[in-house]
Design a protein around this ligand. Structure first.
Ligand code: ADP
Ligand code: ZN
Length: 368
């Protein structure tokens, strides 16, 4: 078993990584959290695969489990769903000693964490992430929340769990598209923080995607959690340093936005965004061209939908501007000096257009 601590003073928590580990997960939760009531929030897909597995080990002695299943998908990450869950919890008289377990991907984790942060002014929670995206990204750092119709992820809190249990074997039931979705964030960590890790991903890409080698997956997940926790430990509330985690996200968010959040999975849009950010880095920060070519090759390996045909450079620049404040100096943007070495810099409109136009060229090439 691999154990990693996210060191945040009195909010420090451990992340356990173990394949086929539901029995051990249950034992750990029973021992560490010692609650009589476990409130499991999951979605229909994940619950059908893993709810019984978990609760058969949890429901020992007096412990009792309750399940709230949400409809899978981003639409459930809303105040409306949150209110329905509060109502169910109040009707069941769940109290402050009870424990919430988020069993699912990022949608379940963000929503269940938000409920934990707010129900009776905060109750304890545990996260069991079941998508690659949630295992390497959203389960580290305590960002919880829901979407508002006017802005995604705009209502929320920083609220750390008691522990995170990652079972990489849950990825075997995950749709292939979701693996690529999570891999985009995996590659991001290499690009912004760790050149050796990026090289490791280049060498092992095919093996990773095949999901056959569970030791390899364990290792990758642990590296990502370690890299992300290192950033979060330095800047828990994203005042400064944590921003490097947004590499590829400015253009990525704009792409999600102009396609109404229905066309791209988050990681797919971020993969396009990282490619544009790398092109901008080459032009304005002298990212070496051999490294740029390696990034380009890696991004092309990541399966993702093409950019929509009717998409224009102007549209995306406008979407960025409506999302982020562009000052006279430009827009704060995460760029790469080299692979593994990132920096936040002001980027002007011309450079952003350059990055977007580069994407359009690549997109056209992909079609012929
Ligand atoms: P993300 O972690 O990227 O935010 P979601 O929470 O939206 O993703 O999950 C993506 C989809 O994958 C959902 O339809 C969800 O029900 C499904 N899912 C999550 N984990 C698993 C799993 N281990 N096996 C099968 N389907 C899963
Ligand atoms: Zn992201």
């Amino acid at each position: 078993m691999r154990i990693l601590n996210v060191n945040l003073g009195n909010r420090t928590y451990p992340i356990f990584i173990e394949a086929d580990g539901f029995e051990k997960a249950a034992k750990k939760i029973l021992r560490q959290c010692d609650s009589k009531t476990y409130i499991i929030i999951s979605d229909e897909n994940v619950a059908s695969h893993y709810y019984e597995k978990l609760t058969s080990f949890l429901e020992q002695g007096e412990a009792k489990c309750y399940l709230y299943k949400i409809t899978p998908g981003e639409e459930s990450k809303s105040l409306t769903t949150a209110e329905q869950i509060y109502t169910w919890m109040l009707a069941n008289r769940f109290h402050r000693d009870d424990l919430i377990i988020a069993l699912g991907g990022g949608v379940v984790g963000d929503l269940a964490g938000f409920i934990a942060a707010t129900y009776l002014r905060g109750i304890r929670w545990v996260q069991i992430p079941t998508t690659l995206m949630a295992q390497v990204d959203s389960s580290v750092g305590g960002k919880v929340g829901v979407n508002h119709p006017l802005a995604k992820n705009s209502i929320g809190a920083f609220y750390q769990p008691q522990l995170v249990w990652i079972d990489p074997s849950t990825l075997k039931t995950l749709p292939c598209r979701e693996i690529y979705n999570g891999l985009a964030e995996v590659i991001k960590y290499g690009l912004i923080l760790d050149p050796e890790f990026f090289e490791f991903l280049e060498i092992n890409f095919d093996k990773i995607v095949s999901l056959q080698d569970s030791e390899l997956l364990n290792q990758i997940i642990k590296t990502c959690c370690r890299l992300k926790s290192m950033v979060v430990e330095k800047d828990e509330r994203e005042t400064d340093y944590r921003r490097i985690l947004n590499f590829g996200h400015t253009i990525g968010h704009a792409l999600e936005n102009i396609t109404d959040y229905r066309y791209f999975r988050h990681g797919e849009a971020v993969a396009w965004g990282m490619l544009a950010a790398a092109a901008i880095s080459q032009k304005s920060l002298s990212l070496p061209s051999d490294q740029f070519i390696r990034i380009e090759s890696m991004m092309l390996l990541l399966e993702k939908p093409a950019l929509p045909i009717d998409f224009a450079a102007d549209q995306i620049v406008q979407a960025i501007q409506s999302d982020k404040k562009m000052t006279s100096e430009g827009l704060k943007f995460v760029l790469l000096e080299s692979i593994g070495n990132s920096r936040v810099e002001f980027v002007n409109r011309e450079l952003i257009e350059f990055g977007v136009n580069y994407l359009l060229t690549i997109n056209k090439k992909g079609r012929t």
